[in-house]
Design a protein around this ligand. Structure first.
Ligand SMILES: Nc1ncnc2c1ncn2[C@@H]1O[C@H](COP(=O)(O)OP(=O)(O)OP(=O)(O)O)[C@@H](O)[C@H]1O
Ligand SMILES: [Mg+2]
Length: 324
């Protein structure tokens, strides 16, 4: 929530643009940073460096598996972590950087993935007949050439889709080999929970054990994450000139409505703010929030945005099994 004071948005389009760009922290950010400490070397002041942690006895670096249900906010989380990191900088061919961020397209094979890395690191002479293993060898070599210290593979589960011509054991091995590159790189893979199952399908378990695991949890009612979410929501609303009545417990209702799922809760929260801005409102009422919610949840008798007191609504909805 930095830069809030940089320039106050005035027009509707300025406000909507400002809102779109807001990342709302929910408390897991510091926790993730702690995991990164295990992936990289630390200097004598105790600061994490961009140098991957390396085991000289095996010549291997380490990996991190980042898991969360779809729409949970993994991509937003990882990209934000990269934006604010003191030492990791996203690589692009014009500006350089030490962290390569790639997103696996749904149909990609393991060879395609190597080709994506080659292309992103400026290697354009890829031969159509190149074998997957050779493409990977080239890709690992590129890390050293352009100075990549960390590789982030988002939507990594896509390389494990079953189907003709797909070689899941080879895909698992390719991940392991990244951590054995001559030019050391730390590996972060992100995906839905089935990503872990896919990697565990390797009988020897040799690839899985090279990863530490970070799972995105739901935001639980009353938790520090819930308080942080509430603060972000109210701060953003006020900054946009919208009043929020504390007794309405809007953030709690949003989290409850979306079962504490980060991406969905942020999505609903922003949609409620957006609806108010575009209609030039100066406050957010329960009624307005309910209207937004019903647009994607039609046919409910009672919603978490019912006009009764939050405690009453919550027990009523809980008793009919909401959130189970
Ligand atoms: N903390 C956050 N602050 C602001 N927006 C967020 C936050 N978390 C998620 N979002 C938004 O929620 C939506 C879903 O998040 P995201 O795409 O990161 O989820 P995902 O876990 O990567 O999903 P998928 O597995 O489908 O790729 C996006 O529109 C994203 O911008
Ligand atoms: Mg994603």
């Amino acid at each position: 929530m930095k830069n809030m004071t940089a320039s106050t948005p005035v027009t509707i389009s300025e406000k909507l643009k400002w809102l779109k760009h807001r990342y709302w922290k929910f408390g897991d950010e510091e926790n993730f940073d702690d995991y990164l400490m295990d992936l990289f070397e630390v200097d004598d002041e105790g600061h994490r460096t961009a140098e991957p942690r390396f085991d000289p006895l095996t010549r291997e670096t380490k990996g991190l598996m980042f898991l969360g249900a779809s729409d949970n906010g993994k991509t937003a989380f990882l990209m934000r972590a990269l934006r604010v990191d003191p030492v990791l900088r996203e690589f692009n061919i014009d500006q350089g950087g030490n962290t390569l961020y790639i997103t696996v397209p749904p149909e990609a094979s393991i060879k395609n993935l190597a080709e994506i890395i080659l292309k992103k690191t400026g290697y354009t002479k890829v031969h159509a007949k190149l074998r997957a293993a050779d493409a990977w060898e080239l890709a690992r070599h590129r890390f050293g050439v352009v100075g990549i210290k960390a590789l982030v593979i988002d939507e990594c589960h896509h390389i494990f889709r079953p189907g003709a011509g797909r070689d899941i054991p080879a895909a698992i091995q390719a991940l392991k080999h990244i951590m054995q590159s001559e030019h050391r790189v730390a590996l972060i893979i992100a995906g839905v929970p089935s990503l872990k199952d896919a990697i565990l399908s390797e009988v020897s378990g040799e690839t899985a054990r090279r990863f530490i695991e970070f799972s995105m949890a739901r935001i639980r009612p009353g938790s520090r994450g819930a308080a942080t979410f509430g603060r972000n929501f109210v701060k953003s609303a006020n900054f946009l000139g919208l009043q929020v009545a504390e007794e309405d417990a809007l953030p709690d209702r949003i989290l409850f409505a979306e079962h504490g799922q980060v991406g969905a809760s942020v999505g609903l929260g922003k949609e409620i703010l957006r609806a108010a801005i575009s209609r030039r409102r100066d406050a957010i009422t329960l009624d307005a929030a309910e209207r937004v919610y019903r647009k994607s949840n039609a046919g409910l008798d009672m919603t978490p945005f019912d006009s009764a007191e939050w405690d009453v609504v919550k027990s009523e909805l809980t008793s009919i099994g909401w959130g189970q």
